[in-house]
Design a protein around this ligand. Structure first.
Ligand SMILES: N[C@@H](CCC(=O)N[C@@H](CS)C(=O)NCC(=O)O)C(=O)O
Length: 259
């Protein structure tokens, strides 16, 4: 007797190991137990600005998830797709009001916390490289970037780096994120409603970087409920499987973490 199994769709994730948006998708894939092929997009070599990649993600940013050869972009939407296509275990609340809340949280993380983290990450990682560019190289690099927003950020890395005040203001945004997490998890144990969800996944990479940049903000002395929630997140098998290695010199390059 032969047993036939229907193969699922092929999943190929174009990502960078230390990109927060990529980490969100890896965490969701791991929670669902979905096998996927991971292809690193080398941000140091500007692979994300090359034409072949912009065909997958027209914004020229990571991640992009290929599902049977069709590209999906935007980490919040990719994760909702995964939850709809593979409903077990459910990662969105059943209640429509809470679903709205989870989506709003994902948008807040993306609109507000991502630009704050980005300031610190890029000053650490891209500014030392970009400040060396000649005017010609800068012009060439900017011409390959499809969105005005990211052209502006790259211009700032090259010629007008963030000031100490801007970096402190960005940290304040992350402190406020931790206050919001504290209030939510003190009330129900999780960010949205009373169960682990995509809202917790959306916050995870930003708490990782907050802990690296300002460990006291994630301490039990300062925010006991958030600290307890955070220990639980880090203990999840999916967290380990998603490879949340520390932000380091190679993390946006072709480097791959140890298995
Ligand atoms: N809203 C997007 C944000 C993606 C994003 O900003 N990706 C960053 C890494 S976390 C990136 O590709 N940065 C390189 C660049 O902008 O040049 C998502 O959630 O997918």
């Amino acid at each position: 007797m032969t047993t036939e199994t229907t193969p699922g769709p092929s999943l190929v994730l174009y990502h960078a190991w230390a990109s927060s948006a990529s980490r969100k998708v890896r965490m969701c894939l791991a929670e669902k137990g979905l096998p996927f092929e991971a292809r690193v997009v080398d941000l140091n070599r500007f692979e994300h600005h090359q034409d072949w990649y912009k065909k997958l993600n027209p914004s020229g940013i990571v991640p992009a998830l290929m599902v049977d050869g069709r590209p999906l972009v935007e980490s919040n939407f990719i994760n909702e797709f995964l939850d709809e296509a593979w409903p077990e275990p459910p990662l969105m609340p059943a209640d429509p009001m809470l679903r709205h809340d989870a989506r709003l949280w994902g948008k807040y993380i993306d609109d507000t916390c991502l630009p704050a983290i980005q300031k610190h990450n890029w000053m650490h990682h891209f500014h030392p490289m970009a400040r060396e560019w000649s005017d010609e190289e800068l012009e060439r690099r900017l011409a390959a970037i499809p969105t005005a927003n990211r052209r502006h950020v790259w211009y700032r890395m090259a010629r007008d780096p963030y000031t100490a005040e801007e970096l402190e203001a960005a940290l304040d945004i992350l402190r406020d994120m931790m206050d919001r997490i504290e209030a939510r998890v003190a009330a129900t144990g999780w960010i949205t409603g009373d169960a682990y969800s995509l809202a917790d996944i959306a916050a995870t990479p930003y708490v990782i970087r907050t802990e690296e940049l300002a460990p006291e903000e994630v301490s039990p002395e300062k925010r006991p409920a958030a600290a307890g929630w955070w220990s639980g997140i880090k203990a999840r098998p999916a967290y380990k499987a998603a490879h949340m290695e520390p932000f380091n010199e190679q993390c946006w390059s072709g480097w791959t973490p140890p298995a």
